[in-house]
Design a protein around this ligand. Structure first.
Ligand code: SF4
Ligand code: FE
Length: 483
C-alpha cells in the first residue's frame, strides 16, 4: 500500500476503535470527540505534509527494507543526514500544528528496537531482530502510526520492579505460554496512543537478574483485548466543548496523553522483541530516550517558532513593535529557540552507525539538547507573556464578545492599534494563552520538562558520558602536574 492521505488515516483510526475513557465515560467515538479530535488532527498533519510535493524530501524516504517510499516517521535512519532530516521534519510539524504531533515516539522506538534486537540476537541467538523487522516492514507498508510506550507508573521509586509491593507497577509477564506471553501493568502519560494503530511496549529502566519478567518488549495493535486508555485532563480542555473557537486559541490542533492499562494482554511470540534478557533493558531505554531527546530539538523548536511569531504579532497589534525592549525580547526568544535547534542538529550530525547498520545520535549531545529543553521554553514562555500583556488571561469569553449588548463594549475597549480588529487581537492572545498555559502547554511547556525523561535523567547521562576523568587529565597536563 502507498502512503495514506490524511483522510485515509482518520478513517483507519475510526476502524481501530480503541477502548478510551474520559470524564468517567467510555468514549464510543473518539475520532469525532471535540476534546480528542484536535490531537488526531495533529497526527493527521504527518500524513498531509507527506502528500505535499513541497515537503516530499523531508517527509518521505525510500525504505531499504521494503523498496518503497515510506513516511519518515516509520523510517530506520540510514545516515547522519537522515538523523538531521528527522529533526527538520519535526520542526516543520511543530510549526504546522503548534502542538505535539505524537508520531515521533514510534519512530524513536523503531530505531532503538532495530539496533538493540540485533545485539540481543547476536548474544543469545534469539529471533527478536527478525520479529522486529517484520513488524517494521508491516508498519512501513501500511503507513501506520505506532505509539512507543515506555513510562511505567513506578510506584516506590526507591525499589526495583520486582521489589514493589504491588507487582503490577511495572508492566510484566504474568503467564508464559507456548504461543506467547500474557502481560499486565500500565504505561503512564502515553502521548498519542489513542491516535495510533499499534503500540511498541518497552521497559522503563535498567534491570537486574531478579527483574526477568519485567524485561519485556513487544508490539500489539491498540485494540488488543485488555488494553484500555484513560485520557489525561488538560487545563482549558472543556473549552473545546463550548462550540466556540476563539477561546480555544488553537482550534484545530492539540495533543492528548493517556494512562494506558494492559490488563492481561496476550502477546504472540512473533511480536516479542525482548523477553527476559535483563541486561539489554537498559540499552533499549538509553537508545529510545536518546532518540527522543534528539526529537525535542526539533518539535519544541517548531512550536517555539509559532510562539515567537505570536509574540511578534501581538506586539504589532499592541502598537509597540518598535519598542527596543520588545525587539530585544524577541531576539532573545529566537536565540534560545535556535540554540535548541543547534543541539538537535549537533547530536544528529555527530551520530554513528550501530552494529545493526542504522544510525544512532550522539548520546551526550542529545542529553544536553533535552536538558536545555527543560529550561529554554520556560524562558520563551515568560518573554511571550511579558510581551503579550495581562489581557492574555483576563479577556472576556467569546460568548460575551458575541453578545449583542456586551460585544460592542469589548470591541471598543479591548482594541489595540486601530487598523487591527479586536477579534484578531483576542485570537492572538488566546493562541499565546493556549501555548503558555492551556492545552498546548502540556505539549510545549510541561512536556519540555518531563517528556523524554525528567531533567535528572539527562543529568545522570551527562555525568556518565561527559568524561570528567579526561578533563581532569587535561588540566593536570596543562599545569604540568605529574602524579
Ligand atoms: Fe514528537 Fe515532540 Fe510530541 Fe515527542 S513531544 S511525540 S518528539 S512532537
Ligand atoms: Fe513527548
Amino acid at each position: 500500500m502507498a502512503l495514506m492521505t490524511g483522510e485515509q488515516y482518520i478513517e483507519s483510526i475510526r476502524a481501530v476503535k480503541p477502548e478510551v475513557y474520559m470524564f468517567g465515560k467510555k468514549i464510543e467515538n473518539p475520532v469525532d470527540d471535540p476534546i480528542l479530535r484536535p490531537s488526531l488532527n495533529s497526527v493527521r498533519m504527518t500524513y498531509d505534509l507527506a502528500q505535499d510535493p513541497q515537503y516530499k524530501d523531508l517527509m518521505t524516504v525510500k525504505s531499504p527494507y521494503t523498496g518503497e517510499i515510506v513516511n519518515r516517521f516509520t523510517h530506520i535512519h540510514q545516515s547522519t543526514t537522515d538523523l538531521r532530516n528527522k529533526v527538520k521534519m519535526q520542526r516543520l510539524c511543530g510549526q504546522k500544528t503548534a502542538a505535539c504531533f505524537q508520531r515521533c515516539v514510534g519512530m524513536d522506538a523503531f530505531n532503538a528496537e532495530f539496533s538493540t534486537t540485533f545485539e540481543i540476537d547476536k548474544k543469545y541467538g534469539t529471533k527478536y531482530h527478525e520479529n522486529f523487522v517484520n513488524f517494521m516492514k508491516y508498519a512501513q507498508t501500511n503507513d501506520l502510526t505506532v505509539d512507543g510506550a515506555m513510562t511505567d507508573p513506578k510506584g516506590d521509586r526507591g525499589k526495583a520492579p520486582h521489589a514493589q509491593v504491588d507487582p503490577d507497577l511495572y508492566l510484566h509477564v504474568v503467564e508464559r505460554r507456548p504461543d506467547g506471553v500474557v502481560v499486565r501493568g500500565a504505561k503512564a502519560h502515553q502521548t498519542g496512543i489513542i491516535n495510533s494503530h499499534e503500540v511498541i511496549v518497552m521497559p522503563t529502566i535498567s534491570m537486574g537478574p531478579d527483574d526477568k519478567d519485567y524485561a519485556i518488549s513487544f508490539a500489539v495493535p491498540i485494540n488488543t483485548p485488555g488494553i484500555f486508555m484513560i485520557v489525561g485532563r488538560q487545563s482549558c480542555d472543556t473549552r473545546k466543548t463550548e462550540g466556540v473557537t476563539l477561546d480555544v486559541g488553537n482550534p484545530e490542533f492539540g495533543g492528548v496523553e493517556a494512562l494506558t492499562i494492559f490488563d492481561n494482554v496476550f502477546v504472540p511470540n512473533d511480536r516479542i522483541f525482548l523477553n527476559g534478557e535483563t541486561e539489554f533493558a537498559g540499552m533499549l531505554v538509553e537508545r529510545f530516550a536518546g532518540y527522543h531527546r534528539q526529537s525535542y530539538g526539533g518539535c519544541k523548536v517548531g512550536v517555539g517558532d509559532v510562539l515567537i511569531g505570536a509574540a511578534a504579532v501581538i506586539a504589532d497589534y499592541n502598537g509597540c513593535p518598535k519598542a527596543s525592549h520588545v525587539k530585544d525580547k524577541l531576539i532573545e526568544m529566537m536565540h534560545l529557540n535556535e540554540t535548541l535547534y543547534c543541539c538537535g542538529i549537533a547530536c544528529s550530525a555527530e551520530g554513528y552507525q550501530t552494529e545493526s547498520g542504522n544510525y544512532m545520535i550522539d548520546l551526550l549531545l542529545a542529553n544536553v539538547c533535552k536538558q536545555n529543553v527543560t529550561r529554554f521554553p520556560y524562558e520563551i514562555v515568560r518573554l511571550a507573556e511579558d510581551i503579550a500583556g495581562g489581557l492574555m488571561v483576563t479577556a472576556p469569553s467569546e460568548k460575551d464578545f458575541r453578545d449583542p449588548k456586551l460585544g460592542k463594549y469589548i470591541d471598543k475597549y479591548l482594541r489595540g492599534v486601530n487598523d487591527v480588529t479586536t477579534e484578531n487581537r483576542l485570537k492572538m492572545l488566546r493562541l499565546i494563552e493556549n501555548l503558555c498555559l492551556g492545552t498546548a502547554a502540556v505539549g510545549y511547556r510541561t512536556e519540555s520538562m518531563h517528556g523524554a525523561g525528567s531533567p535528572q535523567a539527562q543529568r545522570i547521562m551527562i555525568s556518565r558520558q561527559g568524561n570528567l576523568g579526561y578533563k581532569k587529565q587535561l588540566a593536570k597536563a596543562i599545569a604540568h602536574i605529574e602524579e
